[in-house]
Design a protein around this ligand. Structure first.
Ligand code: ADP
Length: 394
């Protein structure tokens, strides 16, 4: 069975064509600058990379190009070979807590939550609509970034603010990266042959979040009402005192939206170091003894360590700590610094194993009180597996 996993952004569209149940990636690609000047796309297939510069006026045009290329590059011989399309959708509010088949009506329902994810949700849904038009007889499934966190209790997801904000406006913690946390939790559970694990999942990429998971259910996660909350990230601040916002608004004559933009795009590793949001650049600057880079990385690792300690307490003692996503999978330095900062939990690293990158591996020392793993994430595969469920039911 062939499933397309799709992640549509406001001006981009990422796809992976996956064979199931073998989990083999047949082809993948990215359409960029949709609706903008200089649009182009790349498709990877059979060890080749195809780059085409074409005008992509909207997502519908991009999808049309994709369908044509799948045939002309002989990736598939007919569109009927596509059994299902799974769409990553950022926000399902507290209503859409499971993956489901997308119809016009369902999309209408999801769009109620667009104001909770204004940068991503309308684009995710636009992408879904374009595929529904291009492949009207193929099942289309929505997979939500918020869904896995739906098991949080009120005592974890409520902010200590007037309760009516929650009732009137849905102000609560939703959490994100759910598809990734779900995937790595399934993987480690399968690997260890247990479904009762207490897991601290650290998804550390450009965006970063931790989740405390007990027996497959999220107890708490670090991102909140929006992805701005929690640990420090590449360009996001993570948790800060909200009083800073009106203070800087007055000092710099900026609007609240401008400050939120600064907190989303100009803070985190980039903001503190003044160098880059990319952890590879930060590591290079640390090698060159750049003080701001050293400081930025120190805060970064500390925030992650703080949440690990908190979640260890919340879970009543974790069985596993795992690292995933770009930095979690590939930065021995970040993992080492984080683990050094949770020494009080009796966690140790095997420094040789810690050099492993982007592979499933146990990296803790033999004496470590909690085993530490690298578990590579695969959100596309998770989306495809969810979609497969609905194809089988057809
Ligand atoms: P996104 O949140 O955009 O999906 P990723 O999970 O792809 O992000 O992670 C991107 C981050 O991973 C970047 O900060 C990048 O520097 C970091 N990264 C990728 N490869 C390495 C590496 N070899 N060493 C350190 N950091 C890396």
């Amino acid at each position: 069975m062939k499933i397309l996993a799709v992640n549509a952004g406001s001006s981009s569209l990422k796809f992976t064509l996956i064979e199931l149940p073998s989990k083999e990636v047949i082809a993948s690609g990215l359409f960029e600058k949709i609706g903008l000047a200089g649009s182009y796309y790349t498709i990877k297939y059979n060890g080749e990379k195809y780059v085409r510069e074409v005008e992509l006026t909207d997502h519908g045009v991009a999808v049309k190009h994709l369908m044509d290329e799948l045939i002309s590059l002989h990736i598939i011989s007919s569109l009927e070979e596509i059994d299902g399309v799974g769409h990553r959708i950022l926000h399902g509010g507290d209503e859409f807590v499971d993956s489901l088949v997308l119809t016009e009506e369902v999309i209408e329902g999801i769009s109620k939550y667009n104001e909770l994810g204004p940068l991503h949700n309308p684009a995710n849904l636009m992408g879904a609509k374009a595929f529904m038009k291009a492949l009207p007889n193929v099942v289309q499934v929505g997979v939500f970034d918020t869904a896995f966190h739906a098991t949080m209790k009120e005592s974890e997801f409520l902010y200590p603010v007037p309760y009516e904000w929650y009732e009137k406006y849905g102000i609560r913690k939703y959490g994100f990266h759910g598809t990734s946390h779900r995937f790595v939790n399934l993987d480690i559970s399968e690997h260890l042959g247990r479904n009762d694990l207490k897991v601290i999942s650290c998804h550390i990429g450009n965006g970063a979040s931790l989740a405390a998971i007990d027996s497959g259910k999220v107890v708490d996660t670090t991102m909140g009402f929006t992805p701005l909350a929690g640990v420090m990230m590449g360009t996001r601040s993570g948790d800060i005192d909200p009083s800073i916002i009106p203070f800087i608004m007055k000092k710099e004559g900026k609007t609240a939206d401008e400050i939120i933009n600064d907190l989303n795009k100009k803070s985190g590793l980039l903001g503190v170091s003044g160098i880059s949001s990319d952890s590879r650049d930060i590591e290079a600057a640390i090698e060159a003894n750049n003080e701001k880079a050293i400081l930025a990385q120190d805060i970064y690792a500390q925030k992650i360590a703080n949440y690990i300690a908190m979640y260890n307490n919340l879970l009543g003692g974790a069985d596993v700590i795992l690292f995933t996503a770009g930095i979690g999978e590939r930065s021995p330095m970040t993992r080492r610094q984080v683990i050094e900062k949770i020494k009080s939990l009796g966690v140790t690293l095997d420094e040789e194993k810690n050099q492993i990158r982007a592979e499933f591996a146990l990296i803790s020392g033999e004496d470590s009180k909690i085993p530490v793993y690298i578990v590579p994430t695969n959100e596309e595969l998770m989306i495809a597996l969810d979609t497969m469920e609905f194809v089988s039911k057809d």
